[in-house]
Design a protein around this ligand. Structure first.
Ligand code: NAG
Ligand code: NAG
Ligand code: NAG
Ligand code: NAG
Ligand code: NAG
Length: 393
């Protein structure tokens, strides 16, 4: 029952977030940089990203030193656990280390990774279940943002919307606050084996309720490594209205006074309101799930992800010379194979950290969540993550 529940929750929550498409933009001819349209050369499924103990939903990842660090949403363990998030590692050996067709996502199996807080039904049970049909679903939607420290230490930042949901998955609180979590990777302590970087809650209300949840829709780091660009979706209470953009010096992620915000074609120290369509960056994502990153191969910022409807395994790509755009209209470049359960595929993600150039070369890895009915019991659903290797022209 748990895997079905997990998958259903995530999928329907995604649908709630995907009701509107941004309007297309007219490219600004005055910007003197080329807009790149990547062309697929080859794509094939090379493995399944998985670990037998966990049935995990919606996974993202980032390179941390010599391994890939993963965060996933609803995770059902063979011991009966059900957590809103788990984290894990995968290994490399001239590319992702594939054993028996699996890229193993291994980790310490103890407990939820991003913990629910006391006001998020922490006490009720695991996974934010409030025991009365409501739930605080603390779901990481974007990969942890890495900030290098000394001696190979890395701070990993994740912005998570404090979703509070009814039993039917409709939001009880529309546009709640967004929490900022930090995972502290220290190679001396977490550089080996299953140990995961410990998590600290930096600020439970980093972005207050009814403000733009920058960082939850994705992020990219400038090629010089100095600036973090954070995307968050505008929303008018019933629909997402496209992505807005904030930026901050990479070493000041926790300092709100260091942020600036893009609006009306310029940068300001004042954040636009959640409904400000003047802050919308057309085509910076489709409102569907995906991943932003910078590619030195294309000299472009990239967005790879789902179409706005979100059920399916189609992958779209949009690019921009600078994070503010103009972004190219997202185009379909690859279709995966949907699972045979009713919610067969969703949560498209790209994994630049899995490539040998950490996203800078002519290739990229993709995953999506694929739901299949078990052969022996069609009421039981298993979620897997096909790992697809894409080569660009
Ligand atoms: C089939 O799967 C469902 C959902 O997990 C479970 O409730 C049921 O007990 C399973 N049936 C059998 C015969 O194992
Ligand atoms: C459900 O429980 C939570 C946590 O105790 C509470 O805040 C909320 O008001 C309850 N909702 C209903 C409908 O009883
Ligand atoms: C929100 O935006 C959507 C899409 O543009 C629109 O259909 C809807 O009427 C808007 N709702 C409100 C409350 O403004
Ligand atoms: C490919 O995926 C897109 C988006 O999910 C979908 O609209 C289209 O029907 C798919 N095409 C095939 C052949 O499955
Ligand atoms: C669904 O797909 C799974 C995984 O490939 C397979 O084991 C199962 O038999 C399929 N079930 C149906 C009803 O097609």
């Amino acid at each position: 029952m748990f895997p079905t529940f997990a998958s259903l929750l995530s999928s329907l929550a995604l649908l709630q977030c995907a009701q509107a498409s941004p309007t297309g933009a007219t490219p600004d001819k005055s910007i003197n940089k080329r807009a790149v349209t990547p062309v697929l050369s080859a794509a094939s499924q090379v493995a399944t990203a998985s670990y037998p103990y966990w049935n995990r939903d919606s996974c993202t990842s980032v390179r941390v030193q010599y391994r890939e660090f993963w965060t996933c949403r609803d995770s059902a363990g063979q011991g009966g656990q059900f957590y809103s998030s788990t984290a894990s590692w995968s290994d490399f050996n001239n590319g992702p280390l594939i054993t028996n067709g699996q890229l193993y996502l291994y980790g310490d199996d103890n407990g939820e990774y991003f913990k629910n807080q006391p006001d998020e039904c922490q006490a009720g049970s695991n996974s934010g279940n409030c025991m009365n049909g409501t739930r605080y679903a603390i779901w990481p939607d974007s990969p942890p943002l890495p900030v290098a420290g000394s001696n190979n230490a890395v701070k990993l930042y994740t912005w998570i919307i404090k979703s509070y949901l009814n039993n039917d998955l409709s939001p009880i609180t529309k546009n709640p606050a967004t929490s900022l979590y930090r995972s502290d990777y220290n190679p001396a302590n977490q550089g080996v084996s299953k140990t995961l970087p410990p998590v600290t809650l930096v600020n439970e209300n980093f972005w207050p309720a009814q403000s733009i949840p920058y960082g939850s829709y994705g992020w990219a780091i400038s090629p010089d490594g100095k600036t973090a660009y954070l995307y968050g979706q505008l929303n008018n209470g019933t629909a997402n209205l496209g992505a807005a953009l904030a930026r901050v010096p990479i070493n000041s992620i926790e300092d709100k006074s260091q942020y600036s915000y893009y609006n009306n074609g310029g940068w300001s120290s004042t954040a636009p309101s959640l409904t400000s369509t003047s802050a919308r960056i057309a085509n910076a994502g489709t409102n569907g799930q995906g991943t932003f990153y910078y590619s030195s191969y294309f000299s472009s910022y990239m967005w790879l992800g789902a179409d706005s409807i979100n059920i399916g395994s189609g992958f779209y790509v949009a690019t921009a010379p600078i994070p503010e755009g103009p972004w190219t209209s997202p185009i379909l470049f690859y279709n995966g194979t949907n699972g045979n359960a009713s919610l067969g595929a969703y949560s498209q993600q790209a994994h630049p950290g899995l490539t040998s150039s950490n996203g800078g070369g002519n290739d990229i890895y993709l995953t999506f969540s694929k739901n299949d009915k078990d052969a022996a019991n069609s009421s039981h659903i298993t979620t897997t993550h096909p790992l697809i290797h894409v080569i660009w022209n």
